[in-house]
Design a binder for this molecule. Sequence first.
Ligand code: APR
Ligand code: PHB
Length: 390
Amino acid sequence: MRTQVLIIGAGPAGLLLGQLLHKAGVDNLILERQTGDYVLGRIRAGVLEQTTADLLDEAGVGARMHAEGLVHHGFDLMVDGQRHHVDLHRLTGGKSVVVYGQTEVTRDLMQARAAAGLPTFHGAADVQLSGFDTGHPLARCTVDGETVEVRCDFIAGCDGYHGVSRASVPPGAIQTHEKVYPFGWLGLLSDTPPVSHELIYGRHERGFSLCSMRSSTRSRYYLQVPLTERAEDWSDARFWDELRRRLDPGTADALVTGPSLEKSIAPLRSFVAEPMRFGRLFLAGDAAHIVPPTGAKGLNLAASDVRYLSQALIEHYRERSDAGITHYSARCLSRVWKAERFSWWFTGLMHPLPDEPAIDARLRRAELDYLVGSDAAMTAMAENYVGLPW
Ligand code: APR
Ligand code: PHB
């Protein structure tokens, strides 16, 4: 079979790209390894920058986000038992973020794709890519035991950190940068009212904590844990007790606990692959970069990659211009590295390291003291958190 743009991966990046291309009349097809239910079963962060929310509107999938998403004008930093409000709205001249789970973004995109009758092959096994460096891209895979071949003009690798797209690039043509953090995030999802109307990022000598939410009745909490920990060793009671210990007394008293719907430990890493284009193969989203979740940048970076890539491909077909294609990688990476820096900085600031030298702890303490006492420092944090301009 043949299509203009073949997309590998039906996560947020692949689905959003498919929707934007479709709306511009560019033919596309998605090959996805997992089932749709499996993809929807992933619990992922959901803090949308305004530009991401705008892009979902442009893709025609913003209705439920506007109806159910929570607009947040700020968040709290809790440092050694003191809460400090980061007034995003004031510090950024009126910007805010939308709290709306990635699962819901993915669901909205899946439903829009199905409603448009666009082809997505779920259960696509052993995807193999070739010809993207000779002008004749080709994908082979197995679907329901049958061999499927897809010829196309371009391949969009939206298949995440463990995908086949980046792995298909000749090793000498790609450079990767990686930092793995010596701790993980133990996350718990519960149908309990959030402890606060906004997010609370907490730093305590026992470790980082995050109080987040999915709605006014569903909460998401995280604890920094050593990489040796296993989620199955954390009973709900143990989780709630440890979270209370890391919160200020007033917040701990206000915490409403309940049975966990999901508990898991995620590692933290910073990762970037350069460049993000190889002939007629493009990388977008987690296939090209990973950020520690502290800054909630993962989904937003995927959205900005997809915006640049969809514009470049539409320009190729509509205007017979390849300027966007030529500049795709540099445009993405300029934004990616700024988000990587912010996520790395925020992660280092909020996560105590058990064996760090005393002077490093003191220097970090001084940075926190400066941050919470300086409008200039808080403004710098706020403008990165709401998202730097496109
Ligand atoms: N063949 C086909 N599909 C694949 C393959 C493969 N070889 N490998 C992976 N996939 C699919 C995965 O099953 C997944 O559905 O590609 C999709 C990639 O989706 P994500 O990992 O969610 O990546 P992306 O769409 O870039 O979204 C980035 O997800 O991980 C979070 O924090 C991250 O919020 C960010 C968002
Ligand atoms: C989440 O709600 O899962 C979440 C929110 C903000 C973050 C990370 C995760 O920075």
